[in-house]
Design a protein around this ligand. Structure first.
Ligand code: UDP
Length: 560
């Protein structure tokens, strides 16, 4: 059980148990046992067996639980709250708005992020009966919630992250779409909830009514609204879009409304539900001959699902409502990280049909094994309580209403030392890092460096790669190396979307994925991405144009 130097830094900064003086008093190995012991504590006789199995897959970094699990579970001074993803309801009353804000603070304190669908809130300027005044509306409410996020640190490590969704027919949608263009609302991701009816109006070039409580406020051109969304995303990366009818279409418990996701969009949840995440490390699932080790994958997935399911019972919840909703459906979000590492090890390009096929095979296998385990757990421990209201009733007994989610894995991948986060391609094979302390220095992808060594690539050529931030079209880089080592910006947007679509096929929740675009991409390209996402059956899409927001890492020294 050993972490790399960088991995150890992440572990110590975020997850290790500390004493009152903030000194670290826990090794990685001790933390692995802390998690495993707590998860195994809900088992009957085989308790010990499972503790060992959990610690073996986690300690070997085959399976990596997400941040709140490491930061909270089994610690004497933290709530045992394992969930990363929450969705809360907000109703159209001052009481509910502040009640939800208070609930949010409780969730943030326990280390989770929150999503809200604000479509129930009356638009700005609408009448407030009790005072005969005018409502302040959705965007003002988001500003309030955003400001509050600065106050409450998530589990003491990061500021609270939120997702705000507004459906495309809400009368305040135009202000909402523009809400982040001035650089504000930094704690919020925002997404427009796109309906199938809107897509039809768009296709037919129709007017689109903006409606609240049955009253039409105005009608706007569907095409112009669509362009407004892509223009805003072009300028600042927000809003994303979520095809909300698809969330409901795949809702495992159709009676519970499903029109919202957690902050990064990968986990659709009904109000009050929470979900805990964990990822299979695909970089560890490839044999030296480049073939996938399906046996190891199967046993790891089985152990991981049991671990996550156990934590639903071992958990301490921030609110009774959340406990009740979470235990009713017992959703878990097992996903993957290091997909690109695995593709590289298998000699496949991320942007190739073969690469997509391999990614699909791995994800499909993870899903099959997860569902199989959930069925076995149902036999052993019972189905999730809402099973009789679910799409699985009466033939398909399961312990969990949903099992698979592809998270961004921002922190845990850094700890595990994979190069590709979640299902994303590697950021770049090399880049120049600008630091105040050490000046500028070059950072190379270790997988890339290894491959270059094998091919005898010279230092001069490598320096040129670092200057350009890419190995594409650099003379001295063999074609075979360039084909496999493409960073996020080297991959065409359609190939990003095709990979997302392939993986999404085997994910009943959703996937976190960014579609990278060069700084020169026009808003029309973004519209094309959105249409492609809709046609390919994605649940949502987020585009990111290089340089559109401050603070992005510079790819290549010359491209500052
Ligand atoms: N999340 C959050 N705040 C953050 C990062 C993440 O609330 O600063 C939540 C959010 O719901 C996100 C989920 O955790 O979608 C998973 O994020 P990620 O996979 O990056 O988490 P990790 O476990 O790697 O920290």
């Amino acid at each position: 059980m050993r972490l790399s130097d960088n991995g150890q830094k992440v572990f110590e900064a975020r997850y290790a148990q500390k004493n009152e003086n903030g000194e670290i008093i826990e090794t990685f190995e001790q933390a692995v046992f802390r998690l495993s012991r707590t998860a195994a504590s809900v088992e009957d006789e085989e308790n010990k067996v499972w503790e060992e199995k959990f610690s073996s897959v986690i300690g070997d970094l085959l399976f990596i639980p997400s941040t709140p699990i490491w930061a909270n579970i089994g610690k004497p001074d933290r709530p045992w709250q394992p969930g990363a993803c929450f969705v809360l309801a907000v109703e159209d009353s001052l009481d509910s708005m502040y009640q939800t804000l208070k609930e949010t603070a409780a969730v943030f304190k326990s280390g989770g992020g929150v999503g809200y669908n604000f479509s129930t809130i009356r638009p700005k300027g609408a009448l407030v009966q009790s005072t005969k005044g005018k409502a302040s509306g959705v965007v003002e409410l988001i500003k309030l919630y955003d400001a509050s996020s600065n106050m409450v640190m998530q589990g003491g490590v990061r500021r609270g992250a939120s997702m705000g969704i507004l459906n495309v027919d809400h009368p305040e949608i135009i202000d909402f779409i523009k809400a982040k263009m001035d650089g504000s609302l930094t704690n919020f991701n925002i997404s427009v909830g796109i309906t199938d009816a809107f897509m039809e109006a768009l296709e037919n070039g129709e007017e689109w009514p903006l409606v609240f409580n049955g009253d039409t406020y105005e009608s706007v051109s569907a095409i112009e609204l669509w362009q407004l969304i892509s223009n805003a995303a072009h300028a600042c990366g927000d809003p994303g879009i979520i095809f909300i009818d698809r969330l409901q279409q795949y809702n495992p418990v159709p009676g519970n409304p499903l029109d919202c996701t957690n902050p990064c969009g990968e986990q659709p949840l009904s109000p009050g539900e929470s979900c805990l995440l964990g990822s299979i490390n695909l970089a560890k699932m490839i044999n030296p001959d480049g073939q996938a080790n399906f046996d190891l994958l199967a046993s790891t997935v089985g152990t991981a699902i049991r671990f996550l399911d156990n934590l639903i019972d071992a958990a301490q919840y921030p609110l009774p409502l959340i406990e009740e909703s979470t235990k009713a459906t017992r959703k878990v979000g097992l996903g993957l990280t290091g997909l690109h590492d695995a593709l590289i090890m298998a000699g496949l390009a991320y942007d190739s049909a073969e690469g997509r096929e391999f990614a699909g095979q791995l994800t499909q296998y993870i899903q099959q094994q997860a569902h199989e385990t959930s069925r076995e757990l149902a036999k052993e421990k019972g189905c999730f309580p809402a099973w009789e209201e679910s799409i699985f009733y009466p033939d398909d007994t399961r312990r969990n209403a949903a099992c698979i989610t592809i998270a961004p894995t921002g922190s845990v991948t850094a700890m595990a030392g994979c190069e590709g986060y979640g299902m994303e391609p590697i950021f770049a094979v090399a880049y120049t890092k600008n630091t105040n302390v050490a000046g500028d220095f070059e950072v190379f992808s270790p997988l890339f460096l290894d491959e270059c060594k094998k091919h005898g690539v010279t230092e001069e050529v490598l320096a040129e790669v670092a200057r350009q931030g890419t190995c594409q079209n650099v003379s001295g880089i063999p074609e075979d190396v360039a084909r496999i080592f493409k960073g996020a910006q080297d991959i065409d947007n359609t190939d990003h979307i095709l990979m997302q679509a392939e993986v999404q096929k085997y994910v009943e929740n959703a996937v976190s994925k960014t579609i990278n675009l060069p700084s020169t991409a026009t808003p029309e390209v973004i519209e094309e991405c959105y249409l492609m996402a809709y046609r390919l059956g994605l649940k949502g899409i987020t585009v990111f144009r290089d340089g559109c927001k401050k603070g992005t890492v510079t790819v290549g020294k010359d491209k500052k």
